[in-house]
Design a protein around this ligand. Structure first.
Ligand code: FMN
Length: 340
């Protein structure tokens, strides 16, 4: 079949993305200080809906107050948030997109002023962040881990109840789940640390628990193709990780970057600067794979699909800037060259 960006994709539960363009999760800072949806949030997603993308992901939303990382971040930690979240799902469906919802716990990549509580990490290791040094988190106990899994499950239940088609576990960009996967931040000596298999265990438990409790929702995992940080997760580690996720019943893999953050890593340039990593990950799985990084043109997406580097292309900043006409603008592939 001659794939291009207009080719629909049918998931195992028959939900269909009408094309191969994805709007990735992008924090809008439009929630109120308790993480509730505001009118601005709805306006924002209504605008993104004009992109006509096949899947639109709602920004990273915190599953518990201890994992909040920005003051106007969206939250999904309480049932009272459901009515606002339902309005976003309706808005996205109205534009014809599948509605995705990204859930996160920041782990050690936040501070106590933001959360009002102590930081919870895989290990007592400060998370490497480019322009600041987070304080050392408290290593989570086995009881903490039980609660942590439950926060994710409750958040996925809420996403489903609000009408979302997919829930996305944010395991990239140095946030909580990335910290469990990465040898840089996971130094545990119990069954959740050490080997890659052990470091994957928490994520696998979350996936299994969501599948059991919310069987109707599709699960995406946003992963680092690699940490892009010395001593961090490698492409080979993440190939093994996606095999595990596929076995656990995940539906979609979204390949971004890791501990170094989402911005362009040193040494990468041009349109699709992280797609090279997505292509390597794709070789290890039969699941559909999303690639990302400075994608600004429909022609480039068609080419990446043809070369089987990805199954979906995520277009972030170009769509944010001009949801309706981004693909007609012929933006320079080097538009977002500044590496951070
Ligand atoms: C304003 C802004 C907010 C972002 N927030 C998130 C987020 O909530 N979750 C996430 O996984 N990535 C987030 N990202 C990263 C994007 O999803 C995407 O990976 C990145 O912008 C690179 O894609 P692009 O070159 O097409 O913009 C954000 C990016 C931007 C510009």
């Amino acid at each position: 079949m001659n794939l291009n960006r207009w080719t629909p994709y049918k998931f195992s539960n028959s939900k269909t993305a009408k094309n191969r363009v994805v709007v990735p999760a992008m924090a809008s800072q439009t929630a109120n200080e308790h993480g509730f949806v505001t009118d601005k949030t709805i306006e924002h997603y209504s605008r993104l809906g004009e992109s006509q993308a096949g899947i639109i992901f709602v920004e990273y939303s915190y599953v518990h107050a201890s994992g909040k990382s920005e003051s106007h971040q969206l939250g999904v930690y309480a049932d009272q948030q459901l009515s606002g979240l339902s309005k976003i799902a309706q808005t996205l469906h109205h534009g014809g997109a599948l509605a995705g919802f990204q859930i996160v716990h920041a782990g050690g990549k936040t501070d106590r002023k933001m959360t009002g509580q102590s930081l919870l990490g895989a290990s007592a290791v400060s998370v490497p962040v480019k322009d600041w040094t987070p304080e050392v988190p408290t290593e989570m106990s086995i009881e903490d881990i039980g609660a942590y899994i439950q926060w994710y499950v409750e958040a996925a239940k809420r996403a489903y109840a609000a009408g979302f088609d997919l829930v996305e576990l944010h395991a990239a960009h140095g946030y909580g789940l990335n910290q469990w996967l990465s040898p840089i931040t996971n130094h545990r000596r119990d069954e959740f640390g050490g080997s890659l298999e052990n470091r994957l265990k928490l994520l696998v438990k979350i996936i299994h628990s969501i599948k059991t409790s919310v069987p109707g929702i599709l699960i995406s995992v946003r992963i680092p193709g690699q940490d892009h940080f010395p001593g961090g997760l490698s492409l080979q580690d993440m190939q093994r990780a996606v095999m595990t996720f596929e076995q656990a019943g995940v539906d979609l893999i979204n390949v971004s970057s890791g501990i170094g953050g989402w911005r362009r890593p040193e040494g990468r340039s041009g349109e699709g600067y992280l797609v090279k990593d997505a292509a390597v990950i794709k070789q290890a799985t039969s699941l559909p794979v999303i690639g990302v990084g400075g994608i600004v043109s429909g022609i480039a997406i068609d080419q990446m699909l043809l070369e089987e580097k990805l199954d979906f292309a995520a277009v972030g900043r170009a769509i944010l800037e001009d949801p309706k006409d981004w693909s007609l603008k012929q933006l320079s592939p080097n538009r977002w060259e500044a590496a951070v």
